[in-house]
Design a protein around this ligand. Structure first.
Ligand code: 8YV
Length: 328
């Protein structure tokens, strides 16, 4: 057992109920300012705690982790993606890393559908028009979008979230295509009537909608680059709820500007919270600020998972959501 009442430092504000429960269970230090920690603040946290609870806004680089204090044993991430944590450095320090998979699957998949519909049916554009007081009334040719029913959806990354997107998209009448490192078991593929594409390139050239649902790893960094974008057909809508770094944003902007694809729905960006000015100006791009898992229910569930991970670690067990080598 590492310690009975571990010193836990939480880097951002969490839902009240989660913070209250943490205060009951742990010697917890909360961040009431909710200001994201810079490298110095993170280093200080890693120097003093047994457990740090980071989020996607904490850049836990190799240097920051290498300088962690001897007390630090666990990085209990509040979130599923751990691309902001240098896992090799964590391993070298014998740190356990945990995340919160499963509980944000449905919310994130819902956001994919919202963005597909948002960009294809021009919801943001329409709302902007109304709010600006510029709507002159219905017209037969006004603000036409594209039908989602019947389209071929290409899912890149067929894990939990990718499969949840497939379930939803089927209900909207889309046919499901996917590319993944591993092919799904035959039964899962049959249930989704999904077509597996061993190569991403071949799939990108054949689909109407693309949804990115893979984690960001060295292998998926800029997976959607200029060459990949040039394979897509001009009527394609690209949706990214994964990580900004999966897409080469500069190439995406250039592609949209030349009409290489019809539009994009983006929840994540390469340099959050900075958004490329060109994207902000494009009417055919639906933009939301990393809201994929942003539901009250989801955040409570994520907090529960973080607590369960810390508790089982403190009790000397392997935490249920330990991120193992080759996590992605
Ligand atoms: C979270 C996410 O809000 O869990 C993830 O990987 O991308 C988001 O939905 C965020 O990561 C919390 O740290």
């Amino acid at each position: 057992m590492s310690t009975k009442r571990p010193k836990v430092i939480v880097t951002r504000r969490l839902p009240q109920a989660v913070e209250t429960r943490m205060a009951e269970l742990f010697d917890v230090e909360l961040n009431f300012t909710d200001v994201a920690m810079d490298a110095a603040a993170l280093s200080d946290a890693l120097a003093r705690a047994d457990v740090v609870v980071p989020t996607v806004t904490d850049n836990l680089t190799a240097d920051v982790i290498a300088a962690a204090g001897p007390r630090l044993k666990l990085l209990a991430n509040f979130g599923t993606g751990v691309d902001h944590i240098d896992l090799a450095a964590a391993r070298a320090k014998d740190l356990v890393v945990t995340n919160t998979p499963g509980v944000l699957t449905d919310d994130t998949a819902d956001m994919v559908m919202a963005l597909i519909l948002g960009v294809a049916r021009r919801i943001g554009e329409g709302e902007k028009l109304l709010r600006a007081g510029d709507w002159r009334g219905w017209s037969p040719t006004g603000m036409l979008g594209h039908r989602v029913t019947g389209k071929r959806l290409g899912i890149v990354g067929m894990g939990r979230i990718g499969q949840a997107v497939a379930v939803r998209a089927r209900a909207f009448g889309c046919s499901i295509h996917y590319h993944n490192r591993h092919r799904l078991p035959a039964a899962a593929e049959a249930a989704l009537e999904a077509t597996y594409w061993p190569t991403l390139e071949a799939m990108l050239a054949r689909v109407d909608l693309v949804s990115l649902n893979c984690p960001l790893t060295p292998e998926t960094h800029h997976l959607i680059d200029d060459a990949a974008l040039r394979l897509m057909q001009r009527h394609v809508y690209l949706v990214n709820v994964a990580r900004g770094g999966v897409v080469d944003e500069a190439s995406l902007v250039a592609c949209l500007a030349r009409g290489g694809i019809a539009g994009a729905g983006l929840d994540v960006f390469e340099r959050e919270p900075t958004i490329d000015a060109a994207l902000l100006a494009m009417p055919n791009v639906a933009l939301v600020p990393h809201l994929g898992s942003a539901t009250f229910e989801g955040r409570l569930d994520m907090g529960e998972k973080v607590i369960a991970n810390i508790r089982s670690w403190a009790d000397g067990h392997r935490p249920p959501d330990q991120v193992l080598e080759g996590w992605a």
